[in-house]
Each structure stands twice: as C-alpha cells, then as structure tokens.
Design a binder for this molecule. Structure first.
Ligand SMILES: [Zn+2]
Length: 412
C-alpha cells in the first residue's frame, strides 16, 4: 500500500479523516470519521485537509463533516429514440463514457460505488436494432459496424444498445484486436471471443438498474440459444460493492493476481452520460499503473529507448522500449507509467505495454490516421536525436532533455 502514502506532514493534534486501513482489521464503523492525530504508530490511512493521504493511529474519533450528495446527471438532451447512440456537437468526441483515473491520494469518497474488473479488449457498443458492434475511433456515420457470427448474434438482443468489451482472455489484447481483420469462417474467428457487458445505455434509470435489465435480457437469450453447457459468450461483467479504499485495494490485488488489468469503479446511481467529462466521477479507473497512447518519433541513439510524443498534447519524452527499438516512426504504442514525476510532471518509468496493429480503430490510431495528432509547439527533437531543442532557437542553445521532462515545463 506504499503508493497511497505521500510525504505530507501531520502535526500532533491535527484533525484528519479516516479513509482506509493499513492492516486487515475490520473498520468497526470508523470509516469516514475524523480523527485527531496523536502518534506515528501507523495503523490507519487518513485524509488531510490538503488532500494528501497519510497513515496514522486513530484517537479521539469525532464525526466527519457530512459528504455532499452525489451529483445526479440528467439524461435530458440525449435522444435515444432513433436507436442510435447520442452524438455531441464535437465530431471527435467519443460517445463512449470514458473512465478517469482514480487517485486515492486526493479523492477518498467511494460510497455508493461498485467495482468491476477492467477488461483489455476492444471497446464495443452493441447497436441492437442495427445488428452490429460499433467501436471507438469508428466514424460517426457508423458505417463500419462489426457484424458477429450467426451463433454469436443469437446471444445478443435486437432491441437494446449494450456497452462492453469484446475480449478473449487476460493479457491477450493483441489477439483480440486481430480477430476481426482475419478472413475465413466467421464462426471460427468468433469462437474464442467473449462480450463482457458493463452498461445498457438505452435502458433508462441508474447504472445498477440498466445492468439488471441487461442481465435479464441476456439470460433469456442464452437460455433460448445455448445447448449442452456451452459457456456464456455474452454476459454482464461481475460487480462487487466497493465503498472504501481498503476494499478497492483488495479487489484490485485479486484481479491483478490472475493477470487482470485493474478495476473500473462505477457510481451505482449514475445516469448514462457519453463522452469524457473531466468533472464526472461516475466511472473511475483504478490501476497500479496508468497507461496512455503515444507515437514513435525516433530511436534514442545507442539506447534501448524511443522518443515518443503523447496523444494528449504532443509532449516528447523517452520511453523504455526493451527489444522494441525496431519500431518505425509513426507507430502507435500504449505505454504504462507509475504516475507523474513530482518535479518535472512527466510520466515516471514509462515503458511500452503494447504496439497497435495497422487498422486498429482506437482513438489514438484514429488521430494518427487523420493527421490530427497534436504537435509540441515548443520543443522538437534535435537532429542528433539525443536531445530536445527549442523550436526556432539557434542550434547552439540546445537543452538536454531529462527523461520524461514535459515540453511545457521546459519552456519556462
Ligand atoms: Zn490503436
């Protein structure tokens, strides 16, 4: 649990809020209460006024201030009536609800949340009335639906839209992304695939009600279609109540122990809202490490690393590439990192997690294909490939770039 401890200083007598346990004792009803800090004996995780989390011993328990009631998001303005996912004005906006990273150091309140395993496959929206799956990065005109094999389609409802992940098994993302490009018998290609359903956007009501409706429909279809104990290839992902940090860490550890990626935490009472909203806490990712997409710019001469630029803003940084230094300029990768550096704000210990295939339809590959990849306005790679130089600067004034240094922070 070292990752939730930060270098905050607690003064004796300071009041802090209890958010989790360092050992596997029960909470005894103390969760969410304010404690007065008395000693360094590390027993509990507490939240400080400045948003940091630190361990300490609980003494003098006092009731915490009441929590704000979770925001209810209206579904007004989203038109489901024509059987299509709601679109926004911004053409590049995704209609899939996007998860934001959950940072337990600054954000403690998980009351009313459920946890699901995070599946690493192809995010796909089942467009029931249209008989196909829509993926991220696919065009808004929605021409390129993925049509499942006949036996797979029998397990899917014609009158519901479902959000989920087309997935085969843990750690097999590259296989999962390849299954659709192969030719041959559709039944053979679809045989290893599983559709993990985690939302039903066209069902009105809060998240848990939508999920229950999807489960009832899918169970009925499975009973009608399956014979001889065939495993269920379309099913609702399992959920578990997860209302505090200790439970979240325990569930995440369990998922990671069998090779899973981490957790998605969802607010049980939240309404469906498409797209990415930084202010929304409805869907949260909780992983030991984070990941994002970047594009290869150059090989770092003599090193097992590559210069890459982020999909968010074109920031250049070095990523450890191991045996993958052969990757060509322009290749899209997913890299993982351990949070951002306290000093430079760049990703810490970035390394390549996976390489995207040609024809991949994720957001990043969509940007790369349509020349919408952002370019760092301030910094570019020096011709030697070993350093960054300021755009428009004389070549004698190059600055050596430290690993992961953000171009924006260099500009100061
Ligand atoms: Zn991709």
């Amino acid at each position: 649990m070292g990752e939730v401890l930060v270098g905050a200083r607690i003064m004796l007598g300071q009041r802090v809020r209890l958010v989790g346990l360092l050992s596997d004792q029960s909470f005894n009803g103390k969760l969410g209460r304010t404690v007065k800090f008395r000693s360094d004996k590390q027993r509990f995780l507490v939240a400080l006024d400045d948003g940091c989390t630190k361990s300490c011993a609980p003494k003098n328990l006092e009731p915490a201030a009441p929590q704000p009631v979770p925001e209810r998001i209206s579904t007004d303005g989203f038109d489901f009536s024509n059987g299509r996912a709601p679109l926004r004005d911004d053409k590049n906006d995704s209609f899939f609800p996007c998860a934001v990273d959950w940072d337990p150091r600054t954000d403690h309140d998980l009351r009313g949340y459920v946890a699901m395993e995070k599946y690493d496959g192809i995010r796909a929206m089942w467009e029931g009335p249209r008989g196909g799956f829509r993926t991220r990065g696919g065009d808004q005109a929605n021409k390129n639906l993925i049509v499942p094999s006949a036996s797979f389609a029998r397990l899917l409802p014609s009158d519901l839209r479902l959000d989920g992940e087309l997935w085969s098994q843990r750690g097999a993302f590259e296989e999962a992304s390849r299954f659709r490009s192969g030719g041959g018998d559709p039944e053979e290609r679809w045989a290893p695939m599983i559709y993990k359903v985690f939302d039903a956007p066209s069902v009105p009501g809060p998240f848990v009600s939508r999920l229950a409706a999807a489960e009832a429909t899918l169970c009925a279809l499975a009973q009608a279609a399956l014979a001889g104990g065939e495993p269920r290839r379309v099913h609702v992902a399992q959920t578990a109540a997860c209302e505090d940090l200790a439970t979240a860490i325990a569930l995440r550890t369990r998922v990671e122990s069998f090779g899973g990626e981490g957790l998605v935490l969802r607010r049980a009472g939240s309404f469906f809202r498409p797209g990415k909203a930084a202010d929304s806490r409805d869907v949260l990712k909780f992983k030991t490490w984070h990941d994002s997409e970047a594009r290869v710019v150059a090989w770092v001469p003599g090193k097992e690393s590559l210069w890459v630029e982020t999909v968010e803003n074109g920031t250049l940084f070095k990523v450890s590439a191991g045996q993958r230094t052969w990757l060509a300029r322009g290749a899209v990768i997913t890299y993982k990192y351990n949070g951002v550096g306290a000093v430079d704000g760049g990703p810490r210990f970035p390394s390549i997690l996976k390489v995207h295939d040609a024809g991949c339809e994720c957001d990043a590959c969509g940007k790369a294909a349509s020349e919408r990849w952002p370019v760092s306005a301030t910094w570019r790679l020096a011709p030697s490939g070993a350093s960054l130089e300021r755009v428009g600067e004389r070549s004698g004034e190059r600055l050596v770039c430290m690993l992961g240094l953000r171009a924006a922070s260099l500009a100061e």
